[in-house]
Write a protein that binds this ligand. Structure first.
Ligand SMILES: C[S@@+](CC[C@H](N)C(=O)[O-])C[C@H]1O[C@@H](n2cnc3c(N)ncnc32)[C@H](O)[C@@H]1O
Length: 320
């Protein structure tokens, strides 16, 4: 079975499980195809979506220090999990290339389109950079990374991607990263911070409706790839941030009772009016939670970097 076929089977199994569960769910990782990637780029440009500018500010401000922390006399592999369009990473890559640092950049993303676009854009921007992109999910790729301990590694995960995981899943994720690391390897990871709840609520429920289209892309994909007949416009985006748990949750909400047929899976699904499909969590953190997650995963925090507006933090971890 090819990698694409096994990915498609996994996706189909997820849809079968998620839409027959009560309450219904679908994972946001399946939002990202060509259209999903483009919609996420539009989200990053929204004034409400502060995360990108905040982390850009951190990387731009500390790129010299990060270069010194990452570079290694034996060279190193810079592995990025969930790289997306690499907008912020490019600032760091430019700094490393301009200073003749010996490294290979290995971006990994579930979206083949994201990997292709990023690799192509880097060919023009940094023609001397060695880029080895790969399509895959975090967990699958980490199993492989653990087996190639040839050069020192710096693993980076930007954009608070970890926030799409529950705390339990985040510990599994961090644990798996930790197992793939040797004592000199580093992990540099972004964690969006708890803040005014309204700022967070607005970041995931913009006025122009781009986030709604992004969330609805899951249903577009099911129509396109599994021959489903969702009336996509009758599902509305709903966002709810709970400041106590620090969890922002995204839903698709059926605004009318309907039956949907997913022909490829031979599956008929009924939706009651106002029934939900839970699609995404975006967890928010503070230092205590990150310390707890690190501790549970055999990691320790070495350094913390914060943006000028105190909205976002990147943490540098080592193996304990
Ligand atoms: C919120 S975007 C952030 C992109 C980038 N890290 C940034 O900071 O701009 C999340 C990215 O992770 C990818 N992604 C989501 N879930 C993934 C998974 N389980 N495995 C690999 N990539 C994943 C998506 O395709 C998307 O490009």
């Amino acid at each position: 079975m090819t990698k694409t076929e096994s990915f498609q089977l996994e996706f189909e199994q997820h849809v079968q499980d998620g839409l027959t569960a009560f309450p219904k769910f679908l994972s946001s990782k399946y939002i990202y195809d060509d259209r999903g990637d483009q919609l996420f780029q539009q989200i990053m440009a929204l004034p409400e979506y502060y995360l990108t500018n905040a982390e850009y500010n951190i990387i731009d401000q500390y790129k010299g220090e990060l270069k010194s922390l990452f570079e290694n006399q034996n060279g190193f592999d810079l592995i990025e999990l969930g790289a997306g369009d690499g907008k912020k990473t490019k600032v760091l890559l430019e700094e490393l290339v301009q200073n003749n640092v010996d490294f290979t950049y290995k971006p990994i993303d579930i979206s083949q389109h994201a990997i292709d676009e990023l690799t192509n854009s880097l060919t023009t921007l940094l023609p001397d950079l060695d880029v080895q992109g790969e399509q895959g999910t975090y967990f699958k790729v980490l199993e492989k990374i653990a087996t190639y301990n040839k050069r020192p590694k710096v693993i980076i995960v930007l954009g608070s991607n970890i926030g799409n995981l529950s705390h339990k899943e985040a510990i599994d994720f961090l644990n798996q990263i930790q197992h793939s690391m040797s004592s000199e390897d580093l992990l540099f990871m972004g964690f969006d911070q708890k803040k005014n709840p309204l700022t967070i609520q607005n970041a995931y429920a913009d006025k122009t409706g781009v986030t709604q289209e992004f969330n609805r892309n899951l249903l577009h994909r099911l129509n396109k790839e599994m021959n489903a007949d969702f009336d996509v416009n009758s599902f509305e985006h709903w966002e709810a941030y709970d400041p106590e748990s620090g969890t922002a949750k995204s839903y698709l909400l059926a605004t009318q009772e309907c039956d949907v047929h997913i022909k490829k899976l031979d599956l008929k699904i009924h939706f009651n009016k106002w029934e939900t499909i839970h699609t995404e969590i975006s967890q928010k953190y503070d230092d205590l939670i990150v310390e707890w997650l690190a501790n549970e995963s055999g990691l320790e925090i070495n350094q913390i970097f914060e943006d000028n507006n105190k909205l976002f933090k990147d943490y540098l971890f080592k193996k304990k």
